[in-house]
Ligand binder design. Sequence first.
Ligand SMILES: Nc1ncnc2c1ncn2[C@@H]1O[C@H](COP(=O)(O)OP(=O)(O)OP(=O)(O)O)[C@@H](O)[C@H]1O
Length: 537
Amino acid sequence: MEIEMEGGDGGGGSGGRDVGVVAYLVWEDLTVVVPSFGSGATRRVLHGLSGYAEPGRFMAVMGPSGSGKSTLLDSLAGRLSRNVILSGNVVLNGKRRSLDHGGVAYVTQEDVLLGTLTVKETLTYAAQLRLPTTMTKQKVNSIVEETITEMGLEHCADQLIGNWHLRGISSGEKKRLSIALEILTQPHLLLLDEPTSGLDNASAFFITQTLKNAAFNGRTVISSIHQPSSEVFALLDDLLLLSNGETVYFGEAKMALQFFAEAGFPCPSRRNPSDHFLHCTNSSFDTVRSTLIRSHRMHEPEQLSDSLMNLGAEEIKATLIEKYNCSKYATKTRSRIREISNTHELVTERKGGSKARRWVQLLTLVRRSFVNMSRDWGYYRIRVLAYILLALSVGTVFYDIGTTTSFTALLARVNCGGYVMGFLTLLSIGGFPSFIEEVKVFSHERTQGHYGNAVFVLSNFLSSFPFLVGISVSSITIIFYMGEIGSDFSHYAYLCLVLFGCIAAVESSMMLVASLVPNYKMGILVGCGFIVSKATC
Ligand SMILES: Nc1ncnc2c1ncn2[C@@H]1O[C@H](COP(=O)(O)OP(=O)(O)OP(=O)(O)O)[C@@H](O)[C@H]1O
């Protein structure tokens, strides 16, 4: 076996990125089980899968919905959810280990992006978070520009991404941006979960072509693909076809047609190969299959095999799996796995995740958070306006409430405080959509290994910190002396400050709770509970 290898150039050549570090990935007997925990039967999602991926090749994982494509990618990336049990080996460059974030990039199905930033800003912040702090600003910018060009995003580089209320770039461009974010650090292994889902044929082709180029540059690329067009299928180097968590075919994509023909299920000449494979492997495709058989009978009766006519979907699937297991393709796979596993000493690896210093990450995150807040009307501007109006109304209602320590004056001040807090906490709900979006991005980046927990928690807190310190502390003190300054016009200004202070306190607490709880949904739930309890008070 030949393995070409170069060391990373560590700051020269290609913008200080590790070019040429290769990734040979092998998975053996990979089984994923979902335990029943007392209710129902234990489910097997993956049944002892084995395979390999090599540098310079683009592998597609295909199969019907629910066949285990995402589960396989999650297992390879070490991102399986905690409620499942994984057994078997994942071996990178001959070493059995969990894949570190430095050299492995995983593009998930969902695009997790901040809608208020432009494409270029998103990539620049990501570069500052992950590239070495020692790298000059010009170098970082040139890497960002290179990545934008590589992903064909030049035309929308300065366009906002967009969110639920802001029309931004298209879904195809969002997907390309998600990929760009992952290839920014030139990972040697790129995993992608359905990057072409929901895209038209032209966008899907463009993305696949880009991935093919990424593989051509020496990366190992594995991507699940739902139903590729024949043009997209022609770009694939290797194919792993799954059905109900079992391997139906593993090998060169162009040989898959031959395997199906040998197994007794030839693909009609005018049919998209991927459609044919999915029809044959999908258990719930009996109706479609009968249509297929009818169409064959009419147009190409000679191409219709007896097996396709007479067998049910489950039987076809079982036949294919059996034929594959004793085929020359399976034998070749097993011997290649052995070969790759024995040559680990030839290959170098890059360890560690982000190379930026923690304080740089912290500053970058806080800065990004401020930009996001200041551009979001719902999160920031409308609420600031609402708070000013509210402050003026509260000021009018409680104007000159008295300075004495009499019961009435004290009660009036307590009422004022309660009123302010109640309204503020309810108004903070206006910032929820943006808050959820931001926490999602934070959580996603943390899972991807872009920064650690400490930076994550601290940056969440610091985003609201200036509000908290600059306004909150002073204004909350002032409220107790409100009576004494009540006759002064500055009373309104103080009330405004009180309002901002309180909201900052509430938001900081929510942020902190949400960032401390690993699952952001749970964090938001706790945040909601916090708001409701405050409002009720
Ligand atoms: N953490 C989990 N807990 C329970 N079931 C799971 C879990 N992960 C996967 N499964 C189950 O495993 C099966 C395969 O899921 P997976 O998402 O891998 O399929 P897929 O091929 O990627 O499907 P799709 O193409 O629709 O995204 C599904 O039935 C799913 O419900």
